[in-house]
Design a binder for this molecule. Structure first.
Ligand code: ASP
Ligand code: MG
Length: 440
């Protein structure tokens, strides 16, 4: 007997027939004698619909201040519905089941509404229910704040609910079911030859997720890595008895001795179109200027991603280029305007037609030449690079947004990600992300 957490994303519970299919998958695990906890998202499109109501109404005026607490009360309702529906579907198959809302478990969070962090999970009652053979169907994405209010974990947060629950329950497995059958070397909609990866290291998945791969919420990968909890990403669209190995996201140590994994330099190519580039021109070239820029950004709660400083044509001044999330563009311009005197810059350019393309792989640590291969492949396609950023296992470039697909294809083929190196265990190699687009 094992203890299993199964998580189903929005597309897996998009309508009643899909909920019936999910019930069959859950019932099969339960029939094998396992203790099963299920975490569900809202039906696909539902959270967006609810967010739309909130945006509409809150645009009426600025009177009355913050509304994030009520945003949470509203958007958390999507998950409440699916947890109840799946419980009914399970009961109609003769499986004992009940729904659990975040506050009922309770899953405690901090008070940062709309992006709350999990503080702890009280498992006593939930555990007992599992031991009694009842499938626990948990509404993902939501918890309870220290003030006793409903809180939510940020978009895509039910992945994090699932991983946190698996850690708290000391589960043997955490299976995340979605609309793609695993993590791919890159987005198969851009590169049809993209391949499903058999395994991927936590660190790689973390980079891919934060560089734009949408298959798992970044925070869920972080949590899994910190607790060394392997996650399996697989699809709910296959039948119970069909082959559905998915992708195992696990520690690098579990690859040791696997020749294929050791030969793999790059595991995937990710991209993000949600970027904007800011150039501050003719800054005073004196100590403390960059700190002042970053200070203004962090005060406004804006995270700065890539940063480069270069000399300007005027000798005593410098130019500073950095990127931010495009949704923060208005906030960024306001913060720069407000701090213009203090920072001391002369000109400002904005480019919101940029995207970021990244190659990721733990093999980069021990293989030379990755940068050369990458930049040559881009140069051959005449793709101009605006900004470069690197980490131990990642190289990212900022390029013209119109070049995104060309760059992703060029890099996928330059690193031969679509080519199987022949793996006796049936691990597929390939591009990076298996982007699950409609899963929220
Ligand atoms: N339903 C929420 C969202 O759309 C949470 C999730 O699906 O993970 O972001
Ligand atoms: Mg998701």
């Amino acid at each position: 007997m094992a203890r299993i957490v199964m998580k189903f994303g929005g597309t897996s519970v998009a309508d009643l027939d899909r909920i019936r299919r999910v019930a069959a998958l859950v019932a099969a695990e339960h029939a094998n004698g396992n203790e099963v906890a299920v975490v569900v998202s809202a039906m696909s499109g539902e959270t967006n619909r609810l967010v739309g109501f909130v945006d509409d109404l809150s645009a009426d005026s600025n009177a009355g201040g913050e509304i994030d607490d009520e945003y949470d009360a509203i958007v958390a309702s999507g998950e409440q519905v699916t947890s109840g529906l799946l419980s009914i579907a399970l009961r109609r198959r003769g499986v004992k089941a009940r729904s659990w809302q975040g506050w009922q478990i309770p899953l405690q969070t901090d008070g940062a509404h709309a992006s709350a962090r999990i503080k702890g999970i009280e498992t006593l009652a939930f555990n007992q229910s599992l031991k009694d053979g009842v499938v626990g169907v948990v509404a993902g994405f939501q918890g309870i704040s220290p003030q006793g209010r409903v809180s939510t974990l940020g978009r895509g947060g039910s992945d994090t609910s699932a991983v946190a629950l698996a850690v708290a329950l000391k589960a043997d497995r955490c299976d995340i079911y979605t609309d793609v059958d695993g993590v791919y070397t890159t987005d198969p909609r851009i590169v049809p030859e993209a391949r499903r990866l058999g395994r991927i290291a936590f660190e790689e998945m973390l980079e891919l997720a934060s560089q734009g791969a949408k298959v798992l919420q970044t925070r869920s990968v972080e949590l899994a890595m910190n607790n060394n909890l392997p996650i399996r990403v697989l699809t709910s669209f296959k039948d119970v008895d069909e082959d559905n190995p998915g992708t195992l996201v696990c520690s690098e140590e579990s690859f040791k001795g696997d020749k294929i994994m050791e030969e793999r330099v790059v595991s995937g190519v990710a991209y993000s179109r949600d970027e904007a580039q800011i150039s501050l021109l003719r800054l005073n070239d004196i100590p403390g200027v960059v700190a002042r820029v970053c200070g203004a950004m962090s005060e406004a709660n804006i995270s700065v991603d890539m940063i480069v400083q270069g000399t300007s044509r005027r000798e005593d001044s410098a130019n500073l280029v950095f990127t931010i999330g495009r949704r923060d563009l208005d906030k960024t311009l306001a913060a720069l305007e407000a701090n213009k005197e203090k920072i001391g810059f002369d000109g400002l350019l904005v480019n919101d037609k940029v995207s970021k393309v990244s190659v990721v792989g733990i093999g980069m640590r021990s293989h030379a030449g990755v940068a050369h291969t990458m930049f040559s492949a881009l140069a051959e396609r005449n793709i101009n690079i605006e900004v470069i950023a690197t980490s131990e296992i990642k190289i990212s470039v900022l390029i013209d947004a119109d070049m995104t697909e060309l760059a992703v294809r060029a890099l996928h083929s330059a690193f031969e990600l679509g080519v199987s190196l022949g793996n006796s265990k049936g691990n597929s190699m390939g591009d990076s992300t298996g982007d699950s687009k409609g899963d929220n």
